[in-house]
Design a protein around this ligand. Structure first.
Ligand code: B12
Ligand code: SF4
Length: 476
């Protein structure tokens, strides 16, 4: 089909946070990583239909005049798709969906991603959304597009919920599909240059992922609901050749790896690392996600090969220094694994990016905060004493209840107001949620602790130790 005869599909990645993220002192931490994300979710679904349709991708983090771009692109389009996580992305996605529906009332609006997957009916109760794609989107989206194009009913497409007149229809789930069955991510559908960021090991960092899903079942996390605890990883040869191609084509020096569990299959990781070492691409892989419980007992060869292959930073959701909280989260990890992981990272010269949260419902909040502060201090000390603080990054946040997770239900039992609409979720506090069971003075103290950490305050290790002893006195 000639390009001019193809129908257009417009896809939108809304702003993930409300305010532009301010880079305070150019070290790391979540809020200081430039907010420039490749819209991998949209590229993943676009790859399935790009040969037969014209795809227009609008990404709010790089397209400043995105509302206007979308409204223009939607003229005569086949459908408009939106990707959304819980919290602010919903708000931005809704504002734009409303504007689209106002101008083009009959244009089908399709939502997908983690939030719509976990709350399909509530999402569809919004008058500006017609179809929700639940879970992995590739095959489902392709089928939806084909049916819309031929004006056929959506009845036999698994993995969707949709509106028919005033009813919401929920079709059966779709099985999780092996990632290797899909074509490569079509980076050429976006202006890659505008999606390259400066990150720690270089100034040309691009997002990429090599697996989807996670086999663990943490009780605060949406991932188990999204993938049914399935996981699929790309073949090592595919990853190595794609990385080589992307690095050479776009002059990339670092890939930020967006997996949920990169290390799940260790043999595959070893194989991949050997291929990358052989290719000698001089690449860095950053934010490489692994589970504490797994990494603390992993075969050391995996870490040494990983380092040689370019894995210069791992991202571990340590979450808490309090065993009761780890158990309530169903993390499957033990507090003593925190230091085993830290030592492994130091030994193999792999930077550690660790995330913690406090405010888990149903545990002793004061003890939780105290033990978590102590755990973070122990890690900071391990790096501070060897003068390697710049190789560490700790993110500290407040537990945020996500829809349908076991800890959301527990939070409602402990006083959280039930969130009744999509708008409620869109306006939910994504950074500093103050749980009803969290006393204000503890909430303030956690924020003070976070601001005082070396990468936020700019202090050195001695300054940190002084600050830490003061804040622990305050807590007592
Ligand atoms: C990159 C990323 C981000 C980026 C932004 C991504 C974006 N879309 O703009 C940044 C770093 C900004 C980010 C932020 C946040 N993130 Co985030 N993030 C991720 C991460 C690591 C990768 C996402 C990705 O690209 N995956 C690859 C693509 C291919 O998969 P996918 O997104 O799932 O897309 C598939 C399907 O969902 C579906 N699909 C998706 N969109 C659409 C749209 C349509 C129309 C259709 C049909 C289908 C469809 O099809 C795709 C192909 O199968 C995921 C974890 C993960 N491994 O997925 C967490 C994850 C999505 N993030 C999460 C969270 C909670 C956040 C925060 C919102 C936290 C918060 N409370 O604020 C923060 C925002 C604040 C901050 N700290 O900056 C949760 C989501 C939970 C939820 N219920 O929303 C995840 C799952 C991590 C986790 N396990 O907890 N995140
Ligand atoms: S290991 Fe990470 S991605 Fe997997 S369920 Fe737990 S928190 Fe979610």
């Amino acid at each position: 089909m000639k390009q001019k005869d193809k129908k257009t599909i417009v896809l939108f990645n809304p702003m993930p946070v409300k305010h532009p993220v301010e880079i305070r002192n150019k070290m790391t931490t979540s809020l200081q990583v430039p907010l420039i994300n490749v819209p991998l979710s949209l590229l993943a679904i676009a790859r399935m239909v790009k040969n037969d349709y014209t795809i227009k991708i609008v990404n709010a983090v790089v397209d400043t005049n995105y509302k206007e771009l979308i409204l223009n692109a939607c003229e005569n389009a086949l459908c408009f798709g939106v990707s959304s996580m819980t919290c602010y992305q919903i708000r931005d996605g809704l504002d734009i969906s409303m504007a689209v529906k106002e101008r083009y009332p009959s244009l089908p609006v399709i939502w997908g991603g983690y939030h719509p997957t976990t709350q399909p009916e509530q999402t569809l109760n919004n008058p500006n959304i017609d179809i929700v794609v639940r879970g992995q989107g590739e095959l489902t989206f392709k089928e939806v597009v084909e049916k819309l194009d031929h004006n056929l009913p959506l009845t036999d497409i698994s993995g969707i919920s949709y509106k028919e007149e005033d009813r919401i229809i929920t079709n059966p789930d779709r099985d999780f599909t092996d990632l290797n069955l899909f074509p490569p991510i079509p980076y050429d559908l976006i202006d890659v240059e505008r999606h390259i960021k400066d990150y720690k090991f270089g100034d040309r960092c691009l997002d990429y992922y090599i697996s989807q899903g996670c086999a663990a079942g943490c009780h605060f996390c949406s991932e188990p609901l999204f993938c049914g605890r399935h996981w699929s990883g790309l073949e090592p040869e595919t990853v190595a050749s794609e990385l080589e191609y992307l690095a050479k084509t776009y002059n990339v020096d670092t890939f930020m790896i967006r997996d949920s569990d990169f290390f799940l299959n260790v043999n595959r990781v070893k194989e991949l690392c050997k291929l990358l070492i052989e290719k000698d691409l001089n690449l860095h892989l950053s934010s490489v996600n692994g589970r504490m419980e797994h990494l603390s007992r992993i075969d050391e060869e995996v870490l040494s090969l990983s380092r040689r292959a370019g894995v210069w930073e791992v991202f571990i959701g340590i979450e808490s220094g309090y065993q009761d909280a780890l158990d309530a989260m169903n993390k499957g990890a033990k507090v003593d694994q925190i230091m085993s992981c830290t030592r492994q990272c130091i030994k193999h010269d792999i930077d550690l990016r660790a995330s913690f949260m406090v405010g888990i419902p149903g545990v002793d909040t004061k003890e939780e905060i105290k033990r978590t502060f102590q755990a973070m201090h122990t890690i900071i000390s391990a790096y501070g004493k060897i003068e390697r603080l710049e190789h560490l990054d700790i993110l500290l946040s407040f537990f945020t209840p996500y829809p349908q997770t076991p800890l959301y239900n527990r939070a409602v039992e402990r006083g959280l107001n039930y969130l009744k609409t999509l708008e409620d979720w869109g306006d939910f506090d994504q950074f500093d949620f103050k749980a009803p069971w969290m006393p204000q003075e503890y909430h303030d103290l956690v924020k003070k602790f976070r601001d005082g950490m070396p990468w936020n305050s700019g202090c050195d290790f001695d300054g940190w130790c002084y600050f830490y002893s003061g804040i622990m006195d305050e807590l007592e």
